[in-house]
Design a protein around this ligand. Structure first.
Ligand SMILES: Nc1nc2c(ncn2[C@@H]2O[C@H](COP(=O)(O)OP(=O)(O)O)[C@@H](O)[C@H]2O)c(=O)[nH]1
Ligand SMILES: [Mg+2]
Length: 330
């Protein structure tokens, strides 16, 4: 018989900021075993509500834009100057072969990893939801219970994950670099519409001038976008992740943003929208798993799926199959 963990002990441990308990609880929530999910559910019941408010910050940008470096430097600024706890969830592109994590120990942020006020966790994306781990919201919640005030979510790359990361964060920050190629312009436009802050990163050395030019160009592009739901106007500026002074300046922008969304009530409203989105997402996922499971148990399913009617009229066949599924007696 499997050993049943003492969930009250885990819940207390997490609330006291015990990393081992937090790590184990995250593994539980990431597990695809039904039994683990049941335990996770019971754990959440014991945890109740987090004591401190938290701020969730999504960071996106092309690979190499400097996301990890930026998070590390800003993170160190927060832990050292403000003495606040930060958690970093680096969404890790899962290896399609092993299903395991590619980044593994190679995730950068070595200095931050040694900081007692920081918690860094790569999350395997599992190849779903545009490369965002299915359980990232629950992982965020667990970090909040453990008293982490600022939660950073680093995306894999650019193009597909932003819309989902937007649903996980209060603030979406886009890091751009100069000369990153015009082929990205189309994608960039869509992402700029989601971004609350845009930073032209690596604004140092010989690149400073080009970065400043990129700020005014990006500013013009942003002005043409439709207004955001929150009423906040996206701010564009430049920064170097190598400069602590720039981190301080960025920090002030982040604070301004949070002050604004709290003052207009968007902070709360957006979190409620996001909860509804995830509720439906999980329901759809369950329904899909159940439906596909049922189809796979039907002996004639294979031949039916390869039948002429499936090939000619997939819509009609899907209706028939669904009606059968709804009327099933098992
Ligand atoms: N000069 C300069 N290099 C940077 C800056 N930020 C990151 N880099 C470098 O850019 C490379 C990619 O950074 P990384 O953080 O791994 O990018 P990510 O793929 O977006 O997470 C690394 O070699 C960093 O040292 C910056 O502000 N200035
Ligand atoms: Mg990175």
């Amino acid at each position: 018989m499997p050993k049943w963990p003492d969930l009250s002990l885990w819940a207390d441990g997490i609330k006291q900021g015990n990393r081992a308990h937090l790590g184990r609880a995250i593994s539980l929530i990431e597990s695809s075993l039904e039994n683990d999910n049941l335990l996770a559910e019971q754990l959440f019941e014991r945890l109740g509500k987090p004591e401190n408010p938290s701020f969730r910050i999504g960071i996106t940008g092309v690979p190499g834009a400097g996301k990890s470096t930026f998070i590390e430097q800003l993170g160190l600024f927060i832990t050292q100057n403000l003495e606040q706890k930060i958690a970093v969830l680096a969404i890790d592109p899962s290896s399609p072969i092993s299903g395991g994590s590619i980044l593994g120990d190679k995730t950068r942020m070595n200095d931050l990893a040694r900081d007692p006020l920081a918690f860094i966790r790569p999350s395997p994306s599992g190849g779903s939801l545009g490369g965002v781990a299915k359980r990232t919201l629950e992982t965020i919640r667990l970090c909040e219970f453990a008293g982490y005030n600022y939660i950073f979510i680093e995306t894999v790359g650019i193009g597909q994950s932003e819309a989902v990361v937007k649903k996980l964060s209060d603030l979406l920050l886009l890091l751009l670099i100069t000369g990153a190629g015009d082929q990205l312009q189309g994608i960039k436009r869509g992402i700029m519409e989601l971004a609350d802050l845009i930073l032209i990163n690596k604004a140092d050395g010989e690149n400073l001038l080009a970065a400043k030019r990129a700020v005014s160009e990006t500013n013009q592009a942003v002005r043409l976008l439709t207004e955001s739901e929150s009423g906040w106007n996206c701010k564009v500026s430049h920064c170097s992740s190598m400069s602590q002074k720039d981190m301080e300046r960025v920090w002030i922008q982040i604070k301004d943003y949070f002050q604004f969304i709290q003052s207009v009530g968007w902070f709360e409203k957006n979190r409620i929208h996001q909860s509804h989105f995830w509720l439906y997402t999980h329901l759809e996922e369950r329904l899909k798993r159940d439906l596909m499971g049922w189809i796979s148990t039907r002996t004639e399913a294979k031949s039916l799926l390869n039948s002429d009617s499936a090939i000619e009229e997939p819509f009609v066949l899907s209706r028939k199959l669904y009606a059968e599924y709804k009327g099933r007696t098992d």
